[in-house]
Design a protein around this ligand. Structure first.
Ligand code: SF4
Length: 374
């Protein structure tokens, strides 16, 4: 066990009180992000609910028999239009990973739409949304190659790929990623490396609760910190708590308890490079107030108009109510673009996106205009 490993274990599972841990983490958050907590006003565009994998907790994915399909250009436009009119900045393209690798139905659907791959269809939709709306496409298509990222980057300032866990044991029979080829840890790290090679700002993170032993949790946090130390493309970490969903294999699995979740968040903030944003999804926690001084500085995408397609049973919080809770904790809620201010740079953004971003932000890198219609 390395020194860092040992420290992480001591912080999460040792004698230090949760309050003490939280105050160390909050101090570091204040140093790097001040009193702001940000969120990204977004619309969710589930370009396809088909996927080549079937993870044990996923309700997003659907087989052709159960209605898995692609959105048409018109359907994408309709969502983007609503997002634009509502004052959102982010068009979150989240979709199943290259469904054509498994389903001939996906190939047929793509052909009907006039495309030969999910990649080319997503690229065209990102281009259209970027050109026709104020929105910025944030791309979450699963694994990505250098060339795919190079193309996406023309129309998108940032993308995402959750690592979820660094333990390949989760691909064993009976566990969350059994049979899910795209959840292989090396393949996911390759995508993050490709983002680094192509200079594409990325979000990644963990799904806490699918790795459940003490050793697996310590290993996950240690590997996450190590990855963030090496990979300069990572702008944001999501610590997402697993929620058991009906009609899934993992419907009876336990969810992480608040005290352990808080200790993991605080420990991550303490060891994470200071500039990296730390996010929890506010619709998945039982009481958001518990987390406001845990070291987080962001609530991620919140949509005034579309549901959370990945966790459809969990409604987004009302922004005005969230604002009040944040202010009661002596902080301020503020919107942001999908790309963070420290990545607004010609090195990280394509020329067209850089110009569009500059037109949208103030000198601090946050949106000039932010009137959200809920
Ligand atoms: S979690 Fe992602 S990779 Fe797994 S089945 Fe769902 S959409 Fe596919």
């Amino acid at each position: 066990m390395s020194i860092l490993d040992k420290k992480i274990e001591n912080y999460i599972f040792g004698d230090i009180s949760t309050n003490e841990l939280l105050s160390l983490a909050f101090e570091k958050k204040l140093k790097h992000f001040g009193s702001f907590i940000t969120y990204s006003p977004k619309v969710f565009i589930p370009l396809t609910t088909l996927c080549q994998d079937s993870c044990a907790y996923c309700t997003f994915v659907k087989s052709p028999k159960d209605g898995g399909t692609y959105l048409t250009h018109e359907e994408v436009d309709a969502i983007a239009n609503v997002g634009d009119k509502s004052g959102c900045f982010e068009a979150l393209f989240t979709l199943g990973d290259k469904p054509e690798a498994k389903w001939s139905f996906a190939i047929e659907e793509l052909q009907k739409l006039g495309y030969d791959s999910t990649f080319s269809y997503l690229l065209e939709n990102a281009k259209r949304v970027n050109e026709n709306y104020h929105l910025f496409p944030h791309i979450n298509p699963g694994l990505m190659s250098n060339n795919e990222i190079k193309q996406y980057k023309k129309y998108s300032p940032s993308g995402g790929l959750m690592i979820e866990t660094f333990s390949n044991k989760l691909t064993e029979k009976g566990r969350a990623h059994y049979g899910a080829k795209t959840k292989n840890v090396s393949l996911r790290l390759n995508t993050l490396q490709s983002a680094m090679d192509m200079k594409y700002p990325m979000t990644t993170g963990l799904l806490l609760g699918i790795a459940d032993t003490k050793d697996e949790i310590v290993f996950d946090i240690f590997q996450l910190i190590e990855t963030c130390n090496k990979n300069k493309a990572i702008q944001e970490i999501i610590l997402q708590n697993f929620r058991a969903k009906q009609n899934t294999i993992m419907r009876n699995n336990s969810e992480i308890i608040n005290d352990l979740f808080l200790r993991i968040i605080a420990t991550t903030r303490i060891f994470l490079p200071g500039h990296i944003s730390l996010q929890i999804p506010p619709n998945l926690v039982s009481d958001v107030r518990l987390f406001l001084k845990s070291g987080i500085n962001d609530f991620g995408g919140i949509s005034p108009k579309t549901i959370d397609w990945v966790n459809p049973d969990h409604n987004w919080p009302n922004i005005e109510n969230l604002k009040i809770l944040v202010e009661e904790n002596d902080q301020k809620l503020f919107p942001r673009l999908p790309v963070y201010p420290s990545f607004i740079d010609k090195e990280w953004l394509s020329p067209g996106i850089y110009e569009k971003v500059l037109n949208s932000v103030n000198e601090s890198g946050y949106p000039k205009k932010h009137e959200l219609i809920q």
